[in-house]
Ligand binder design. Structure first.
Ligand code: NDP
Length: 454
């Protein structure tokens, strides 16, 4: 059973959160992400006079800078359209800012601040020299033509290019920003700056991309999950896994799970989920990949095509009995109620491919139940890790083979797991939330401390 926080810690967390909420009103996602981290870090800070005197926690929860701008573009009917975009440069204590761009109608400053904040810890855990940032727009690529997406990306880069650089800030993809969007963004940057440089990661292989970047987040999540199971005398073979999402992270997590002999029983999109009670096969996977990466269709089409697959409209997959849950879609997709349903069905591990997919009460329920629970900032760090390797290859003007990159990815995920174990000891269990938060924090805090009052 994990140890309960002391009264002094609880009251210090409450006091800190009151101040943070007052300074950042109307930003629920940001509050949630900070609360989860501060619950782990407060004992460390209360134990360290220097961190208190230097207000490390207060400074780490304040972004270095937020850039907000309008993106005007022209649709296929010749109408002018306007969206809002941001880049949140959160913390560059240990390296240039690094973090994805998200295009989705739900994007707000609060969402990007939560993602940028989490990114600081995640990037630190990889051991690579990367600070944390996040950006994006409330632009919805769904239903837009390729030309409309191109005009939007080109217009966005006209403003963004002056704020980024290979030694300053290196964006990548996220929800709604895949290979197509990165191509348009990179092409426009190159035109504006007349320089071919590793300014974005997730690039196509023909213009400086890295092998295994597309697969990295999903593969990395499965490598982490395997490590966590091994640590507890288990393995993936034959385990029933409920995966959510059918985008970049979900697809490659599902592929690696299948390769390791696990039984992937679900995939989803924002309309509903598919369930293959006997396990989705390689043939099902290839259909969904083509559907999502090329045809940009809906997941329900898989049930139209294969009679052994059921489709559940408007539902999430968390009531399906499984040994492992791997949420790979979006934030807060596992509610407290969903967490209870998973626990009732005796889930043994939850390994997060998405960022903050579990509501805070759900996180507490998993920790209290003592199941293996890997938070996104540790389990999904494989994507940014390979982005870091892409930057290294660009700087060296070299290209490593897929095997070389995959090997480095596996080593990085092992190291992240080891940091979680080192910092996450909690009674006789490993609290991976605490381990990831403290593991990610120390390096950034020490660098900030070394710089003095900056
Ligand atoms: P994609 O855009 O490729 O896929 C997102 C998937 O999630 C789609 O299936 C989408 O369905 C679904 N989804 C999006 N919003 C919702 C919603 N509100 N409710 C239900 N389903 C939804 O994104 P990624 O796979 O890249 O990202 C998925 C998650 O992983 C995000 O949390 C992201 O921040 C995180 N992540 C991604 C990394 C990467 O390298 N790409 C790195 C680390 C974390 P639909 O098609 O219907 O919109």
């Amino acid at each position: 059973m994990p140890a309960r926080p002391s009264k002094a810690v609880r009251s210090a967390v409450d006091h800190f959160m009151k101040g943070l909420i007052k300074r950042n009103p109307g930003e629920p996602e940001f509050h949630q992400a900070v609360q989860e981290v501060v619950e782990s870090l407060m004992p460390v800070v209360l134990d360290n006079e220097r961190y208190q005197q230097e207000e490390i926690l207060e400074r780490m929860t304040e972004p270095d800078r937020v850039i907000m701008f309008r993106v005007t573009w022209e649709d296929d009917e010749g109408r002018f359209r306007a969206n809002r975009a941001w880049r949140v440069q959160f913390n560059n204590a240990i390296g240039p800012y690094k973090g994805g761009l998200r295009f989705h109608p739900s994007v707000t400053l609060s969402v990007l601040k939560f993602l940028g904040f989490e990114q600081v810890f995640k990037n630190s855990l990889t051991g690579l020299p990367m600070g944390g940032a996040k950006g994006g727009s409330n632009f919805n690529p769904k239903g837009k033509s390729d030309h409309e997406v191109m005009r939007f990306c080109h217009s966005l880069m006209i403003e963004l290019h002056r704020h980024i650089g290979e030694d300053t800030d290196v964006p990548a993809g996220d929800i709604g920003v895949g290979a197509r969007e990165i191509g348009y963004l990179f092409g426009q940057y190159k035109r504006l700056e007349n320089r071919v440089t590793g300014i974005l990661t997730g690039k196509g292989l023909s213009f400086g991309g890295s092998h295994v970047r597309t697969e990295a987040t999903g593969y990395g999540c499965v490598y982490f999950c395997r490590q966590m199971l091994e640590e507890h005398g288990e393995d993936l073979k034959g385990k029933k896994v409920a995966v959510s999402g059918s985008g970049n992270v979900a697809l490659y997590a599902a592929q690696k799970l299948q390769e390791f002999g696990a039984r992937v029983v679900t995939l989803s999109d924002s309309s509903g989920f598919i369930h293959g009670p006997k396990g989705l096969t390689k043939k099902h996977w290839a259909f969904v990949r083509d559907l999502k990466e090329k045809r940009r269709g809906r997941i329900s089409e898989a049930a139209d095509k294969f009679k052994e697959i059921e489709y559940h409209d408007g539902k999430r997959p968390w009531n399906v009995p499984c040994d492992i849950a791997m949420p790979c879609a979006t934030q807060n997709e596992i509610s407290a109620k969903d967490a209870k349903a998973l626990l009732k069905n005796k889930v043994m591990a939850v390994c997060e491919g998405a960022n903050m997919p579990t509501e805070l009460d759900g996180v507490h329920a998993f920790l209290d139940a003592g199941i293996l629970y890997a938070p996104g900032k540790a389990a999904n760090a494989g994507g940014v890790a390979v982005s870091g390797l892409e930057q290294s290859q660009n700087a060296l003007r070299l290209s490593w083979s897929a095997d070389e990159v995959d090997e480095k990815l596996q080593t990085i995920m092992k190291n992240i797991h080891a940091q979680c174990v080192e910092h996450g000891k909690d009674g006789d269990t490993i609290n991976y939330v605490k381990g990831a938060n403290i593991g990610g924090f120390v390096r950034v805090a020490e660098a900030m401390s070394a710089y003095g009052a900056v």
